[in-house]
Design a protein around this ligand. Structure first.
Ligand code: PXL
Length: 283
């Protein structure tokens, strides 16, 4: 069985980061090892959340794993709480990365043109540095703009997206994928660039008119899961984009929809079925 390490916070209530990555990647048939960067009562979109920082626990935990000879097929980082944790993440890549380890970074820190409450522009630049150590990065438009000193635009064209991908490529990761890219009315999806071949790839599906927290974490978790199970990049990102959109659609139909996260628990069976089909088609 493949094994993924995910490094991000535990927001006890909130359907994001570890409480998404662990169930979703496990359901995709992959052992999921967690390294929690902090424990929060909720994610930071709630008021009055509590935080217990776990920075001082990270190295002792990974050193223990190292002494046990543990290896990972992928390391996936999401929300990291501080500059120090970014440095530690880099060390962890060095400790555990082999030629076959996929380093997948979702530089979680911003959305809709704004940084999340815990972060500033200096943090965004450190995240840009971390992205240089990745095989694949999946920032949204806002995160990409903060990392590359680019003006954030609500309305944009393909040239703007390609220029941004070029700037992201300069950060140093092998594949750069912008998420939440809408190039025509009613559509959204990903626009990526493989910096080794200079090839672009695009996947668009129908946009659901609703926004929930944690959907970026669902997207990233499914993409990591698909890639680790051996799907092609195109299939893995299409699966991630479709599953995220379907889950938003299902959540919107729930009369008791939680504003703070999506009902991914309801759609996991469809994810597993589609993965099974995609794997069979890939053989
Ligand atoms: O879903 C991203 C995320 C992860 N972790 C924490 C967050 C957020 C987004 O707001 O606050 C703590």
């Amino acid at each position: 069985m493949k094994r993924v390490l995910t490094i991000q916070d535990i927001s006890c209530l909130g359907k994001c980061s570890v409480t998404v990555a662990l169930p979703v990647i496990s359901a995709m048939g992959i052992e999921t090892v967690i390294l929690p960067t902090a424990v929060l009562s909720t994610h930071t979109m709630f008021k009055n959340f509590t935080v217990k920082d776990l920075t001082d626990q990270l190295m002792p935990i990974v050193e223990h794993w190292k002494s046990e000879g543990v290896e990972f097929d992928a390391i996936y980082t999401g929300y990291l709480g501080s500059a120090e944790e970014i440095e530690i993440a880099k060390k962890i890549f060095e400790m555990f990365k082999s030629d076959d380890t996929l380093v997948f970074i979702d530089p979680v820190m911003a959305d809709n043109g704004k940084l999340y409450p815990a972060f500033d522009e200096a943090y965004a630049k450190l995240n840009a540095g971390l992205c240089g150590a990745a095989d694949i990065i999946v920032p949204n438009l806002t995160e990409a703009c903060f990392m590359t000193d680019t003006e954030y635009k609500e309305e944009y064209d393909e040239d703007y997206v390609k220029e941004l991908l070029g700037k992201l490529a300069a950060l140093g990761s092998k594949v750069v994928v912008l998420t939440g890219i809408s190039l025509s009315e009613g559509k959204t999806g990903v626009y990526g660039l493989d910096t080794r071949t200079n090839e672009y790839f695009i996947y668009q599906n129908d946009k659901v008119d609703a926004a929930y927290h944690g959907t970026g974490d669902i997207f990233a978790s499914v993409a990591v899961g698909g890639l680790v199970r051996g799907l092609s990049r195109e299939r893995a990102f299409a699966l991630a984009a479709d599953y995220t959109a379907d889950t938003i659609r299902v959540t919107k139909q729930d009369p008791k929809e939680p504003w703070y996260g999506v009902n991914f628990e309801e759609t996991i069976p469809q994810l597993v079925s589609r993965l099974t089909v995609d794997l069979a088609l890939s053989e």
